[in-house]
Design a protein around this ligand. Structure first.
Ligand code: SAH
Ligand code: SF4
Length: 453
């Protein structure tokens, strides 16, 4: 999963009904949280609630939390604390907190935030019934519940949807709190996922992103030998779906079969998010990542040899306990050699209960910042260079919204593309000729097509 996105709130195009009860969702963290917030929103709408534009206008507020780093946890705690004021002003307001902050911490949290009505763990949607009687009436397992991607910039457009396929994580990376808060791997049944994707397609969804903390461990816990490749092949057959992505993969399970399947399935986009975390074997060993730099490079080579035009992104932690300046240079070298389109990096943050939290957090904050800056400088250059290569080329862009007056979408390689054109392009796949490559996105114009109205 991508480390930490800015908080997202839900906004909508239509005016809510006067008199209906309203809800407000506040979400931080990974795409799994976004998918789970979307589902909570769907349950609330099934119960007759309408989305509120502002939190002080809501009858129910749900905070979906992340604790992967201290910074995220502090932000959530600040938000939940601040809601006490709204609760005092309106004692009928119901507040729920969910996500990774909650698991195993309910008693402590209740004491710290007495104004919160309900703490429920990730995916425990049936517990929403405890918030209000209307919610007890909703069957949360209903297949037709939408997992719509909702975001502030684009309103709810329904072009692209997240589909959780595996929950939890069986790895025990020494720095990571996720397995403690999300539990062991549980794959959703194959047919349930395929049916859900079909149902989404029938409602106009064009792109699905299959989600899991270790998405390519899918099926390892199911009977038989089902794996992610089989699911990609099945979803590739769903009419109406045009693009398939998946997040986040673990290098250990990025098999030749998975790479070959990506190449064979025309709807699976040429983009791989494969977190490496560090470019030094000793650091990887102490991180308990279970692979070496050589294995990682071999996988990337195999991916590039098999999937023409593939783009890559990765995650890095800088300043892991004991990471020397020289070991950090190994990470710099890896990034320089492999030239990722995008790098999601974070400064190491000790998390309570994890193995590395028992070790001294030795790399001083200044040095962590220096390393962080060094990667940012390198990556700004690499990303700009890679984007320059698109100048004059035509990319297939799936339009998923409008942002600051321009149409916005992504290329199959997952690069953000903006263009100006009259008419309604939402949900369309458009050929866009790139006229202006920027460091983090591309600007272009529609190629040889009349405007649509
Ligand atoms: N399952 C994914 C990552 C999930 S956590 C994987 O194996 O890569 C998302 C990202 O948060 C990680 O990739 C890592 O870069 C970052 N992260 C996790 N724990 C962290 C910690 N204690 N300090 C800093 N960054 C951390
Ligand atoms: Fe955390 Fe490692 Fe599991 Fe990723 S693979 S969620 S980093 S324990």
């Amino acid at each position: 999963m991508i480390p930490l996105s800015p908080e997202r709130t839900t906004s909508f195009i239509q005016e809510p009904d006067i008199g209906a009860k309203r809800y407000f969702l506040w979400t931080v963290g990974c795409q799994m949280n976004e998918a789970e917030s979307a589902k909570a929103g769907a349950i609330l709408r099934n119960a007759g609630f309408q989305p509120a534009r502002r939190e002080d206008d809501a009858d129910v507020i749900i905070v979906n939390s992340c604790v992967v780093r201290q910074q995220a946890e502090d932000k959530v705690a600040g938000k939940v604390g601040a809601l006490a004021r709204l609760k005092r002003a309106n004692p009928d307001l119901k507040i729920a907190v969910t996500g990774c902050m909650v698991t195993g911490q309910e008693a402590k949290l209740k004491e710290r935030f007495p104004h919160v009505d309900l703490f429920y763990g990730p995916s425990e949607f049936e517990r929403l019934a405890e918030l209000s009687p209307e919610l007890a009436e909703v069957d949360v397992d209903l297949a037709e519940l939408p997992h719509y991607y909702e975001d502030t910039d684009s309103d709810e457009t329904g072009v692209s949807a997240f589909v959780p396929i595996i929950y939890g994580c069986n790895f025990v990376c020494s720095y990571c709190i996720v397995p403690y808060r999300r539990g062991r791997e549980i794959s959703r049944p194959f047919d349930e996922i395929v049916n859900e994707v079909r149902e989404m397609a029938s409602r106009g969804v064009k792109e699905v992103t299959l989600l899991g903390q270790t998405v390519n461990a899918y099926g390892h816990d199911l009977p038989g030998d089902t794996e992610l490749s089989d699911l990609l092949i099945a979803v590739n057959e769903v009419d109406g779906i045009e693009r398939i992505r998946f997040l986040t993969s673990h290098p250990k399970y990025f098999t030749d079969r998975l790479i070959d399947t990506m190449a064979q399935c025309e709807k699976v986009c040429e983009h791989v998010n494969l977190p490496v975390q560090a470019g030094d074997n000793e650091v990887l060993r102490r991180m308990r990542r279970t692979y070496t730099v050589e294995h990682y490079r071999d996988r990337i080579q195999r991916i590039r040899d098999t999937i023409p035009g593939v783009t890559l992104s990765t995650d890095i932690i800088v300043g892991f306990p004991g990471e020397t300046a020289e070991q950090f240079e190994g990470t710099m070298k890896l990034l320089e050699d492999l030239r990722f389109e995008k790098v999601h990096q974070a400064m190491y943050s000790p998390r309570p209960g994890t193995l590395s939290a028992r070790w001294e957090d030795e790399v001083p904050a200044d040095e962590k910042r220096r390393r962080h800056q060094a990667i940012e400088d390198l990556q700004t250059r690499v990303s700009a260079e890679l984007n320059e290569q698109y100048e004059g080329k035509v990319l297939e862009v799936l339009v998923d919204g409008k942002q600051r007056g321009r149409w916005r979408g992504r290329s199959r390689g997952n690069t953000l593309v903006f263009f100006d054109a009259p008419g309604n392009w939402l949900g369309e796949t458009v050929n866009v000729r790139i006229t202006e490559p920027m460091t983090w996105y591309l600007i272009g114009e529609v190629e040889h097509e009349p405007a649509r109205v």
